[in-house]
Design a protein around this ligand. Structure first.
Ligand code: HEC
Length: 103
């Protein structure tokens, strides 16, 4: 039983790592222009996504896709995304480590 649980955890971890790698490739191609290569926005008006909670990122992308949240650019970008692609993108942005310094 213990072995089985370990195997499951390993599978879950591996698929998360795969998701992040796939998401990174997609983000490089489709998101980096505005949100930056590592999720620190390069375009004024675009938010940073580095280290953002995966649930939040995927929820926002689904909201843009469904029209619940509207933005000219993001609605257009999210429209063709599948649930799997959204999960991958969310895994990538949430996997980026950010550190904070008090001013
Ligand atoms: C042409 C510039 C541009 C590109 C390319 C772009 N975005 Fe955005 N994105 C924006 C802007 C601007 C906003 C703020 C929209 C708003 O006010 O709702 C935004 C908002 C978001 C948000 C909501 C963030 C929050 O804090 O609520 C997410 C998530 C997001 N983008 C993900 C992506 C992903 C994933 C891609 C690539 C598939 C992508 N974006 C490509 C400009 C862009």
């Amino acid at each position: 039983m213990k072995k089985f649980v370990f195997l499951l955890a390993l599978l879950a971890f591996n698929s998360y790592a795969d998701d992040a790698a796939n998401g990174r490739a997609k983000a490089d191609a489709a998101c980096a222009l505005c949100h930056g290569q590592y999720g620190i926005a390069t375009m004024p008006g675009a938010p940073n996504l580095a280290g953002q909670n995966a649930i939040y990122v995927s929820e926002q992308l689904k909201n843009y896709r469904s029209g619940k949240r509207h933005h000219e650019v993001m609605t257009y970008i999210a429209k063709p995304l599948t649930d799997a692609e959204i999960a991958q993108l969310a895994a990538w942005f949430s996997s980026i480590k950010v550190s904070v310094e008090t001013p």
